[in-house]
Design a protein around this ligand. Sequence first.
Ligand SMILES: NC(=O)c1ccc[n+]([C@@H]2O[C@H](COP(=O)([O-])OP(=O)(O)OC[C@H]3O[C@@H](n4cnc5c(N)ncnc54)[C@H](OP(=O)(O)O)[C@@H]3O)[C@@H](O)[C@H]2O)c1
Length: 207
Amino acid sequence: MIVNAAMSVDGKIALPGGRAVRLSNEEDSRRVHRLRAKADAILVGIGTVLADDPKLTVKPEYARGRNPLRVVLDSDGKTPAEAHVLDGTVPTLVVTSVACERVFPHAEVLRLGDEEVDLGRLLDHLAKRGVRTVLVEGGSTVIWSFLRHGLADELKVFVSSQILGGRSAPTLVGGEGVTSVADSTRLRLDRTRRLGDGVLLEYSVMR
Ligand SMILES: NC(=O)c1ccc[n+]([C@@H]2O[C@H](COP(=O)([O-])OP(=O)(O)OC[C@H]3O[C@@H](n4cnc5c(N)ncnc54)[C@H](OP(=O)(O)O)[C@@H]3O)[C@@H](O)[C@H]2O)c1
C-alpha cells in the first residue's frame, strides 16, 4: 500500500475549510501519474470526491499505461451522480457500509462494515481480484485510517514551497491522532528528491 499526497510546508493538503488547491507542480504531477500507471487501484475517501471531484486516471501527457481501478470509500453512498469517478470511463468500485442501499449506474458497489468501511476486509477482497498495489491518494481521514491500522507500506509526500496556514485547513494526516508519542507511526526516510521548486520525501512505514 502506498500513500501519496502533496502538502504545503506547513503540512496543509487543502485550503481552510477543505477547499481543494493544487499543490503539485508539473514535475510532481508527472511523477504521480507514473505512480498511478504502475498501481492496480487508486483509493480515496468520499471527502476527497466531494472536495476535489478527482478523475483518478492516468493522464496520457504525463504517463503511458492503463487506468487502475478507482476505489471510493463512501459508507453512506454520498458520491454525487455527476462525479468524475462515476463517469463510466474507468472501472470503479464504491465501497459502502452494509446498510447503504444506493446503487451506482457506472460503478460496482461493495458493501462492507457497519459504520465506516472495514479496510482489512476491503484489502482482502481486492487481493482476491488481483489488486496488489493500492495507491492511497487521500484525504486526511483516509490516510489516518491506513496508518492507524498499520496498512501503509510507503508514504510519498511532495512538499510544495508554499505556506497556507489556517486552523481549519486539513493536514496530511487527520483522524483522532495519537494520545502519546509512543503510539506515533514511525517512518524510515528512504529518499529525498528535489522536484522543480518543491521536494519529494519518500518513507517506508515501520511496523
Ligand atoms: N493535497 C493532496 O494530496 C490531497 C489529496 C486528496 C485530498 N486532499 C484534500 O483532503 C480533503 C479531504 O479529506 P477528508 O479527511 O475530509 O476526507 P477523506 O479522507 O477523503 O474521506 C474521509 C471519509 O471517507 C469515509 N470513509 C469510509 N470508510 C473509511 C475508513 N475506513 N477510513 C477513513 N474514511 C472512511 C468517511 O466518510 P463516510 O462516513 O461518509 O463514509 C470519511 O469521513 C479535501 O480538502 C481535499 O482537497 C488533498
